[in-house]
Design a protein around this ligand. Structure first.
Ligand code: NAD
Length: 332
């Protein structure tokens, strides 16, 4: 089988993609710069425990020479580009990190990919944040996006525009995936479900934004990985007949009030949360809600894992790993 390159391979979604694709017999090469946005020890642990069958290289996607050399060496049929500076709130603190990884980085990956003749398809991560300037739900892919509410959202909209341009200029087949609040085992410590679980277990207060009036379309990691695998395999052997650029929502199409998510965690962890009410932080959206008809039409798939089921898998994993994570880097 032809090789697959995954950027952001030590990240939450990237490591799960490495695991799923290697399980299906693909030869997977990963790229990640192991940055310290959250503990690199968790990224290393994902590589060791989830992505063990992939070869993950410590490369920054902005090191264009190294990235090009890697693609030349591997000659992948599909590139799955998931490396980015993630997180809405951090984009108010460190805008240049977003410009570097999400704007320059996207161009570096697009340029390396279009020059590499073996590549049949580029699949890249966009985000539900592209809808931050939209006030009606559910969100459909053809909606006019308006003015984004954060720099993170702006970079993800820019990634789609850049990819659309590359696709039309160079005949690159490209698929942008608008992920909705992804959660699960080996997740991200900066996200609410993880930090809330940690607060509940430590007896620390957790902040409930917009006084609890926030709804999220929580999407279980396996429901994100499954369509990515299908999209990879569709293009692994042959170049699509009509190369083009498309975007898809991947979300659970079930917006859930954040207090309900906390209630599930309380039940699963057997402890009550100490809740502090707080206003909505700048950039945060009140509601996310994916329309997934396009994904269903083209790929016959829609995410369906109930939040309670997915959170149980997360807490099972978290209770097992938390002592090692809390022990710091050496304990991993
Ligand atoms: N998790 C979600 O809920 C969610 C929602 C919407 C969109 N996304 C997007 O999906 C993608 C994956 O997200 P994730 O949740 O796995 O995040 P993550 O932070 O766990 O993974 C991203 C990985 O990319 C790496 N990286 C960052 N900048 C890099 C660079 N310049 N060069 C090389 N590697 C670099 C990081 O070290 C990290 O391991 C991102 O593009 C993110 O914006 C995620």
């Amino acid at each position: 089988m032809a090789g697959i390159v995954i950027t952001g391979a030590a990240g939450f979604i990237g490591a799960h993609c490495c695991a799923a694709l290697t399980r299906r017999g693909h030869d997977v090469t990963g790229v990640d710069n192991f940055n310290a946005y959250y503990t690199p020890a968790l990224k290393q642990a994902r590589v060791e425990h989830l992505a063990a069958q992939a070869r993950v290289h410590d490369i920054d996607i902005n090191d264009h020479t190294a990235l090009t050399a890697l693609l030349d060496d591997v000659k992948p049929s599909v590139v799955v580009h998931l490396a980015a500076q993630a997180g809405v709130r951090y984009s108010f603190e460190a805008p240049l990190e977003y410009a570097n990884s999400n704007l320059l980085g996207q161009v570096s990956v697009l340029e390396a990919t279009r020059k590499q003749a073996s590549v049949n398809r580029l699949i890249y991560a966009s985000s539900s944040s592209v809808y931050s300037g939209v006030s009606t739900v559910p969100f459909t892919e053809d909606m006019k996006l308006g003015t984004p509410k954060s720099l993170y959202a702006a970079t993800k909209i820019a990634d789609e525009v850049l990819s659309d341009t590359y696709s039309s200029l160079y005949g690159l087949d490209a698929i942008g995936l608008r992920f909705f609040t992804v959660y699960g085992p080996w997740g991200r410590p900066d996200m609410a479900y993880w930090s809330f679980a940690d607060a509940i277990l430590s007896g620390r207060p957790l902040k409930l934004f917009n006084h609890g009036n926030v709804r999220r379309d929580f999407t279980y990691i396996d429901d994100i990985v499954a369509p990515i695998v299908t999209m990879v395999e569709e293009a692994a052997d042959d170049r699509p007949a009509t190369p083009r650029h498309r975007v898809y929502n991947i979300g659970n199409h079930t917006p859930t009030p954040v207090p309900d998510m906390i209630a599930h965690l309380e039940r699963l962890l057997g402890r009550k949360a100490v809740v502090e009410l707080a206003p909505l932080p700048p950039g945060d959206m009140v509601e996310t809600f994916a329309d997934v008809q396009r994904l269903q039409r083209d790929y016959g798939f829609a995410p369906s894992t109930p939040l309670e089921t997915g959170l149980e898998r997360f807490t099972d994993w978290y209770l097992q790993w938390r002592p090692r994570l809390a022990g710091g880097e050496r304990a991993l």
